[in-house]
Ligand binder design. Structure first.
Ligand code: PRP
Ligand code: URA
Length: 207
């Protein structure tokens, strides 16, 4: 599982446990998901390039460092949109693309229904976000679409990953790092992650 990075800071584990709890209601689920995403973004941006700029403080001239890359954030609809706010809180200048996919409940294959991206995709650091990496089908197609559209620097950020999904994803896209808060045990017969957190989209949107 070479390209899997688990970010298991104590604050992340604490919030993930509350997120998994079936008694956590929709509004708290949404809040926790955004907070968790922000904590993870802090880690995954650790090696982003910086450049020096001149500024003047109230007291004197000095130099400082600012981000030297544009960032494009791409949630996979629907559940990925629950992570948008968490990234934008930390990188408010990020542009946002969208990929619409749903899993066919019988075949578990992802079905594409929407894709729209900012023009800067090819030059930007791109973060594809979706809370769940289950069979891996949605994330794999998400990355296929991003590469097709010209993205070159891509990270995939999820919360909970299944070993089956990580293996499938790594086979197809060994060049794309996966960041997750937890690697769970397995998938059940319906493609749900165990222990997991249930259907992320339903828990975010109350459907
Ligand atoms: C969920 C989840 C991922 C996908 C993961 O979305 O948000 O996109 O399943 O499963 P996979 O790794 O087996 O592809 P879902 O298809 O339920 O759509 P939704 O976000 O609209 O609820
Ligand atoms: N999608 C979800 O929302 N949850 C799972 O456990 C698997 C796929």
């Amino acid at each position: 599982m070479a390209n899997l990075h688990i970010i298991d800071h104590p604050l992340i584990q604490n919030k993930l446990t509350r997120l998994r709890d079936m008694n956590t209601k929709n509004h708290n689920f949404r809040l926790l998901l955004e907070e968790l995403t922000a904590l993870m973004v802090y880690e995954i941006t650790r090696n982003y390039p910086l450049r020096e700029v001149s500024i003047t403080t109230p007291l004197e001239k000095t130099t400082g460092m600012i981000l030297d890359t544009s960032v494009v954030l791409v949630p996979i609809l629907r559940a990925g949109t629950g992570m948008l706010g968490g990234v934008l809180d930390l990188i408010p200048t990020a542009k946002v693309g969208h990929i619409g996919l749903y899993r066919d409940p019988d075949t578990l294959q992802p079905v594409e229904y929407y894709a729209k991206f900012p023009k800067t995709l090819g030059d930007a650091q791109v973060i594809l976000v979706d809370p769940m990496l289950a069979t891996g089908g949605s994330a794999i197609v998400g990355i296929d679409i991003l590469k097709r559209e010209g993205a070159r620097k891509i990270q995939f950020l999820c919360l909970v990953a299944a070993p089956e999904g990580v293996a499938a994803f790594s086979d197809v896209h060994p060049d794309v790092p996966i960041y997750a808060a937890a690697l769970d045990r397995e998938l059940n017969d319906h493609g749900y992650i165990l222990p997991g957190l249930g259907d992320a989209g339903d828990r975010i949107f109350g459907t």
